[in-house]
Ligand binder design. Structure first.
Ligand code: GDD
Ligand code: MG
Length: 350
């Protein structure tokens, strides 16, 4: 069986004012099913024929969200807690070491972002089966998505030689978060977006991580060895602090020669902005998405969402309006990437 690992410790700032440091987007009820993106992710890899019981890695402060929301969908995961944020590489390596101790050296892991929307679970499982085949050849397998535009917030993958009769390909180059100009070249040259989910044999990931980032692996290994079990949580030891902060994309994917890619032909969104929320939401006949206590007249292609007061709009086009009890955001939808700069400047003032 494949061991699912869900990385749920990130702080989505681009969906401010609804997503906050203290309650990031993976734990918010943003899914069209009424649940959270984290719950959708858990259900996508529910224990059964294909998947073992999942490991969740998250920050100490999110432990009750992680546990309670899993129980709500009938899943009792292993919740691994970080004492401090160190980005995805230390989190992923900690889960890999834990999976090895639970399932043996030969364990195969599927590491998932907690905050993505995947539209077709059947197609996703089919891609996982192909990825499993490529992982057995000793690869860290990525899921590539056909780009629709040159986004700078993604990793880009150049395909090389075919593997397993064309169900996968070797990764010839991996470039994380390129500049806008380079991203444009990549899209033209047929690169794929990295979806941010990975399937691999535990020992391959550890060998590669050890080679490129021995300091991270050292610190995390000590933190796992000294981890303490407490009321259903597994708390990593204080040595976790010593791990440098780095994402797995920079730490391993950009540098390894043992990566493969499977084309993910499932509908995918990382819900990275309010514009993306509009694209995945249910639109009315004028292209508007309305959530919560909202009323619009003569509006088109707008996203209007309130978690607090009644919000009304007349005659607007291409606008995003998001209101909570203590903040209101108004902007042209196409500028929704800039919310992260706004949040950064608000933090500085505090
Ligand atoms: N436990 C834990 N601890 N999880 C973390 C941490 C951490 O310190 N930091 C991030 N994560 C989790 C996030 O919650 C998310 O589920 C996942 O790791 C990826 O982190 P992001 O911060 O969302 O990465 P990104 O979106 O900038 O980039 C990644 O995803 C893109 C696709 O959405 C990369 O893999 C890109 O290459 C990829 O294109
Ligand atoms: Mg992300």
């Amino acid at each position: 069986k494949i061991v699912p690992v869900i990385l749920a410790g990130g702080s989505g700032t681009r969906l401010w004012p609804i997503s906050r440091d203290s309650l990031p987007k993976q734990f918010l009820p943003l899914s069209t099913s009424g649940g959270t993106l984290y719950q959708d992710t858990l259900q996508r890899v529910a224990p059964g024929e294909m998947f073992a019981s999942p490991i969740i890695v998250t920050n100490e402060e999110f432990r009750f969200f992680a546990q309670r929301q899993a129980r709500e969908v009938g899943i009792e995961p292993t919740v691994l807690l970080e004492p401090v944020r160190r980005d995805s590489a230390p989190a992923l390596i900690a889960a890999t070491l834990l999976a090895q101790s639970l399932h043996g050296d030969e364990a195969t892991l599927l590491v998932l972002a907690a905050d993505h929307v995947i539209g077709d679970t059947g197609l996703f499982h089919e891609a996982c089966r192909k990825a499993h085949g490529a992982a057995k050849l000793g690869n860290i397998v990525t899921f590539g998505i056909t780009p629709t535009e040159p986004r700078t917030s993604y990793g880009y993958i150049r395909r090389g030689a075919a593997l397993n009769g064309g169900s996968a390909a070797q990764v010839e180059a991996f470039a994380e978060k390129p500049t806008a100009e380079v991203a444009r070249d990549y899209v033209e040259a047929g690169y794929l977006w990295n979806s941010g989910n990975f399937l691999f044999p535990a020992h391959v990931m550890l060998e590669e991580a050890e080679g490129f980032e021995p300091e991270i692996v050292d610190a995390v290994r000590r933190a796992v060895t000294t981890a303490k079990n407490d009321l259903g949580f597994c708390r990593l030891g204080a040595d976790f602090h010593a791990a440098p902060s780095l994402s797995i994309d920079y730490a391993v994917l950009e540098r390894t020669s043992r990566a493969a890619v499977v084309e993910g032909n499932f509908p995918w969104s990382d819900v990275g902005s309010w514009n993306a929320m509009r694209e995945i939401g249910e639109t009315d006949e004028f292209g508007n998405v309305q959530r919560g206590p909202v009323r619009v007249i003569d509006a088109e292609n707008s996203y209007v969402h309130s978690e607090g007061p009644l919000v009304a709009a007349i005659g607007v086009s291409g606008l995003s309006v998001v209101a909570t009890g203590d903040a209101v955001l108004v902007m042209p939808s196409e500028r929704s990437e800039e919310v992260k700069h706004l949040v950064a400047s608000l933090k500085k003032e505090r």
